[in-house]
Write a protein that binds this ligand. Structure first.
Ligand code: ATP
Ligand code: MG
Length: 183
């Protein structure tokens, strides 16, 4: 069925990343427009769930060095989670900005949150906080492990902060410029 199909797709994605069969195409990506395209694909589901999907970034362009498909998969997974774990009436905000040294992207939600004891484990393969709820929502627990792999492959880092009953913020740090190929 649908779930087995998704599980197989996720495993294939992980396998591809790990074997680096499909090398990443790192190129400059302007975040406002790239994120707008990614977010637009979630609009229907957000509306159906009576949630709001908001964009929040500076007026000036922020250009990260990343692979388009990898960036899409990262943000798609984070938005998918935010949608699944946020009740009706809640909101999901995609933020971006730059610092001196890096581009910062965030997906924040006003959802159920993640208990402190589970937070260190959510990036593990097949780890789900609430197995019953997650299964109901069609999750296999691979999404965040794929996200972490992709962020690493882009020479970035990812962290999560959360408060039960208040919401969750995932923060992705990406390079602003092409990193030298160090031996
Ligand atoms: P899949 O992504 O494979 O469909 P999944 O969404 O259950 O399944 P992950 O994306 O890896 O798995 O997330 C792991 C677990 O972390 C989820 O099952 C859920 O318990 C928790 N989680 C992830 N994102 C959020 C969030 N935004 N709010 C609350 N809990 C979350
Ligand atoms: Mg997921």
């Amino acid at each position: 069925g649908e779930r087995l199909h998704r599980l197989i797709q996720d495993l294939l994605t992980l396998g591809r990343i790990e074997s680096s069969e499909a090398p990443l195409e790192i190129e400059p990506i302007e975040l406002q427009s790239a994120l707008a395209v990614i977010m637009s694909r979630h609009e229907d589901r957000v509306k159906a769930n009576q949630q709001r999907l908001l964009a929040d970034g500076p007026p000036e362009p922020v250009i990260a060095f990343a692979d388009q498909e990898a960036l899409s998969a990262i943000i798609d997974n984070l938005i998918d989670n935010a949608i699944k774990y946020t009740p009706a009436g809640g909101s999901i905000t995609v933020r971006w900005r730059r610092t001196e040294t890096e581009a910062i992207l965030q997906v924040a939600d006003t959802g159920v949150g993640i208990p402190d004891k589970d937070l260190p484990r959510i990036f593990e393969r097949f780890y789900r906080v609430d197995k019953a709820r997650s299964r109901e929502l069609g999750g296999t627990g691979l999404g965040l492990s794929i996200v972490k792999h992709l962020v690493n492959a882009l020479s970035g880092t990812i962290t999560a902060q959360s408060k039960v009953g208040e919401g969750t913020i995932f923060t992705v740090h990406l390079p602003l410029t092409r990193l030298e190929d160090n031996p």
